[in-house]
Write a protein of this length. Structure first.
Length: 433
């Protein structure tokens, strides 16, 4: 009797599972039909191309794997995805990969080739520059798919990261350069913008408009914790132009103009001059870049330009390896205890790795943005440090030391050479307790 009950229970579970799968399949088919009805022939053609590509990858997989296996004793063919969907990864991942190769951290006997993971790409100029340094071919997608269809071939995949997991970026050689023709084009644009032979600073403030516009089907609210208001930069901008800099506001698709009118301020993101080429060229010639850790500042990073990071969150993900860099973090207000989390609490609790907005909300934490005054003070400090005129006291040095002793090396950061803003630390020394 018990066995009959057990068999009936298993049968019922199987039927339920089958119904669930059927419902999922029905929902999937329905959604595909709706998309095709809405988008017409272009959407149908795109879906057919994707289906054909997947079928081909399965058909040719055995031959590809056999070929890789035969060649393995002589040469290790490795394939990697070129992250063309996101400029931050497109910049950092492959700069770090080449630095790692130079340091002997990849197999010396391997032949590595990449394929673009998305068409169209986020920045054609950057891809063009990488093609001068890396073998890149779209057809190697099929090799990549074949490798992923079978276990035991993981050594044929290239592992890249946007984090300096070996602590080697600082001091590494420049991996990218402009051709003579590109440099001439870029310099002509600088003349047109009034920036030739002028010291200028690039700024960028991340908002959600770009992602929501370019990929509207994705719910980007999970990343709201990292947004900021461009107008909080105004005192910093005014401070820089008073010193003698020009200031260029970077960005592609932005929420709003910056509410400042000055002949030395260029709202490049909204003035109609923006291009994929200048998105790369302008950061390559700036004195330093001010940003909150969004994709475009990675271009300055791989071109070895100093960066001031403001409104940094999560704390543990700050880029900390370059002694030229400076940063100030957002603070976290504990609503239940009506106080700010200390730096030690943030790092030891795991909050320092929160990469989703809902995690802060679920832990009853309010994210407190840097004030315009804090950003302006950090900007002045950045300028003075780069000019060699910044002076610290013994107390300032002790506060810096106490702050960095809270961090432990991990895959996120191996070395801690950057500085947290001195004035910010002076005003928030209680967060070190």
């Amino acid at each position: 009797m018990d066995e009959n009950v057990k068999d009936k229970s298993l049968l019922w579970k199987s039927l339920c599972k089958g119904c669930e799968m059927g419902a999922e399949l029905k929902s999937f088919v329905k959604s595909q039909i709706l998309e095709i009805n809405k988008g017409g022939l272009p959407v149908l053609a795109r879906k057919l191309r994707r289906m054909i590509r997947e079928v081909i990858s399965v058909i040719v997989a055995p031959a590809i794997l056999l070929f890789l296996f035969i060649l393995r004793p002589f040469i290790l063919i490795r394939v990697g995805s070129l992250r063309t969907d996101c400029i931050g990864h497109l910049a950092l991942n492959y700069d770090l990969y080449l630095c790692e190769r130079d340091a002997g951290l990849h197999p010396s006997c391997s032949f590595d080739i990449f394929f673009p993971n998305k068409i169209p790409v986020c920045n054609e100029q950057l891809v063009r520059m990488w093609k001068r340094r890396l073998p890149i071919h779209r057809s190697f997608y099929y090799v990549y798919r074949a490798i992923n269809l079978c276990s035991g071939f993981e050594q044929h995949l290239i592992d890249t990261s946007s984090r300096d997991r070996y602590g080697i970026l600082h001091g590494s050689k420049l991996q990218l350069s402009f051709t003579r023709e590109e440099a001439e084009t870029g310099n002509s644009a600088l003349v047109e913008m009034g920036l030739v032979d002028i010291d200028y600073v690039c700024i960028n403030a991340r908002d959600k408009t770009y992602k929501e516009t370019t990929t509207p089907k994705v719910d980007w609210s999970y990343h709201d914790y990292n947004n900021m208001d461009i107008n909080t930069y105004i005192p910093a901008i005014e401070s820089m132009v008073d010193i003698g800099y020009s200031v260029v506001r970077m960005g592609s698709i932005v929420k709003e103009r910056c509410n400042i009118s000055h002949p030395k301020f260029i709202d490049y993101a909204t003035n109609g001059m923006r291009s994929g080429f200048l998105d790369i060229y302008l950061p390559s010639k700036c004195c330093f870049f001010i940003s909150n850790g969004t994709g475009i500042d990675s271009v300055s990073r791989i071109l070895r330009k100093p960066i001031l990071y403001v409104n940094v969150v999560p704390l543990e993900y700050v880029f900390a390896d370059d002694p030229q860099d400076l940063f100030i973090p957002k603070k976290l207000w504990m609503r239940s205890e009506r106080r700010f989390m200390t730096f030690q609490e943030i790092l030891e609790s795991g909050v320092g790795r929160f990469l989703h907005t809902h995690l802060y909300e679920e832990n009853n934490l309010e994210i407190v943005y840097n004030t315009p005054e804090e950003i302006e003070a950090a900007t002045r400090e950045m300028h003075m440090r780069l000019k060699g005129s910044w002076k610290t006291t013994e107390e300032d040095d002790e506060l810096q030391k106490r702050f960095w002793l809270l961090f432990k090396p991990s895959f996120i950061n191996r070395n801690f050479r950057s500085n947290i803003g001195t004035e910010f630390l002076r005003q928030n020394r209680d967060l070190l307790d």
